[in-house]
Ligand binder design. Structure first.
Ligand code: C2O
Ligand code: CU
Length: 504
């Protein structure tokens, strides 16, 4: 390997802003991962091109504002007091609502003792607002702030979360709903459903879990003091091992089943469920026993409607589905794939009796799909084009050493461009996620919505099963530096991350 200049940068110093532009260009100039010699000039977040592209995005003239203050807080989970980290003093962060074309301005105030950031998951936004410390901005240090400010390009169900270490495994995440000014779907109202696996303040902290997992299955830790690691979690749907971590609770809008969140509705109303999997290590199988869901969108983009008995969401994925309300209590059940427990909410017309959680089915079967198996709606199918470039991303590592990576490389936040996947604006890029491991991974790309396979759904996060390959394509139409990673919080933190890097 050739000399790489990234080591000139101190830890947590941002490449683009902490150095003068010329110096930044020099720093970014390096040998690419393909081993071809020569200078690689990267389109950094500070590049005027990023602002140019933003200026060309549609703007409605309307600005939506929100204040978000991070901090340590006291909350109640399943009746138990917990201390966690969240936004605006509560375990449920504000749901931000805006319309495509609007400008979103979010003033973040960081009252944690640690640095933080906010990532806008799934949005094709301007690169310098993407919220990835060391890649798109300086970390927002303790006691300081940062105002995110960008245009919202596409309607749909999105979410936001901290992109620092294990912070989103606490309560540092919320829903971001972008309405469509030309909405095609007919429904009476929507219901945002945020699912999360919860352990913070109950059985430990996410950092403790990461520490335990990082010790791997080998050596002294095996059999002694294994408190959080989950063994033998299996899901046929996910092709084997379903998860690494055991959680005491699965939350539905921050609530445990005994205190289930309930939507008041009237019989016959059509409800659009906007389901978001914000979990760290759990896929959820979501359904309504005895009633079909009509799937309409995944990861914000429309799909050819499909009626199913249940839908599986990997971490980071979203699904929109419509249902018609029946009289009485309708349970919306989310079962953790390969794990025990349930997350639960109700739609209620105010009649009948609320079923006890324990009386509800602990299986959802029949027609079950995940978002990666859906077909894109015709108006969002990418036009056919021969790829200009293909990148193969072998997903590597395992439980033994907990050494997750991409192509055998473990991502180093201090050297983000070390094994970068170079692309150029205007290209059709093909990406093969090749899973060499014995576990599934929900693979996510920042700043773009790829298309799965041939005419498959437009997505930003897709389930890749063990020993399988998922091929996706996207148009490189948003210059900058964009992370790609497994959305398992622990896999990502241990190194299953990389950068798609626009070069000049
Ligand atoms: Cu929701 Cu980099 O991720
Ligand atoms: Cu993973």
């Amino acid at each position: 390997m050739n000399h790489h200049p990234d080591h000139h940068l101190g830890r947590r110093r941002f490449l683009g802003l902490s150095v003068a532009t010329a110096a930044a260009a020099a720093l970014a100039a390096c040998t690419n991962t393909q081993g071809a010699p020569g200078l690689t000039e990267r389109v950094l977040p500070t590049d005027p091109l990023v602002a140019d592209y933003e200026a060309r995005r549609a703007f409605s003239g309307k600005t939506v504002t929100q204040n978000l203050t991070t901090g340590s807080l006291q909350a109640t989970v399943a009746g138990k007091p917990v201390t966690t980290w969240g936004y605006n003093g509560g375990i449920s962060a504000p749901t931000i609502r805006a319309t495509a074309g609007d400008r979103l301005q979010v003033a973040l105030a960081n009252q944690l003792k640690d640095p933080t950031s906010i990532h806008w998951h799934g949005l094709a936004l301007r690169n310098d607002q993407d919220g990835v410390p060391n890649v798109t901005q300086d970390p927002v240090s303790a006691g300081t702030g940062f105002t995110y400010d960008f245009r919202l390009p596409h309607p749909g169900t999105y979410w936001y979360h901290s992109h620092v270490e294990m912070q989103r495994e606490r309560a540092l995440y919320g829903a971001l709903i972008i309405e469509d000014p030309a909405e095609q779907l007919i429904y009476d109202r929507d219901w945002v459903i945020v699912l999360d696996d919860w352990m913070d303040g109950i059985t430990g902290t996410p950092d403790e879990v990461l520490k335990e997992l990082s010790g791997g299955m080998s050596g002294g830790s095996m059999g002694m003091g294994m408190k959080h690691m989950l063994m033998g979690s299996r899901s046929d749907f996910l092709g084997g091992d379903a998860g690494d971590v055991s959680y005491p609770y699965h939350l539905f809008n921050s609530k445990a089943p005994d205190e289930a969140d309930t939507l008041a509705a009237t019989a016959g109303q059509v409800i659009r469920l906007r389901i978001i999997n914000a979990a760290g290590d759990t896929a959820y199988r979501v359904g309504i026993p005895g009633q079909k869901l009509t799937l309409t969108h995944t990861d914000g983009f429309p799909v050819q409607h499909q009626d199913v008995d249940a839908v599986v969401l990997g971490m980071g994925e979203r699904i929109d589905a419509i249902i018609t309300v029946k009289d009485g209590f309708t349970p919306v059940v989310a079962l953790p794939e390969g794990k025990t427990g349930q997350a639960l909410g109700f739609i209620s017309t105010g009649t009948g009796k609320q079923p006890l959680p324990a009386t509800l089915p602990n299986k959802l079967e029949g027609t079950v799909v995940d978002g990666g198996q859906l077909k894109a709606a015709p108006d969002v199918v990418l036009p056919a084009k021969t790829p200009d470039r293909t990148h193969e991303l072998h997903l590597t590592g395992g439980m033994e050493k907990y050494d997750w990576g991409i192509n055998g490389n473990r991502f180093d936040m201090d050297k983000p461009f070390q094994n970068a996947f170079d692309i150029k604006a205007g290209e059709r890029v093909e990406v093969k996620f090749i899973n060499d491991t014995t576990m599934w991974h929900p693979m996510h790309l920042h700043g773009h919505t790829f298309q799965v396979g041939d005419g498959g759904a437009r997505k930003d996060t897709v389930i890749v099963r063990p020993k399988q390959t998922v091929t996706v394509v996207f148009d490189a139409d948003n210059p900058g530096q964009w992370l790609t990673h497994c959305h398992n919080a622990y896999h990502a933190e241990r190194g299953m991350m990389g950068v798609f890097s626009y070069i000049k």
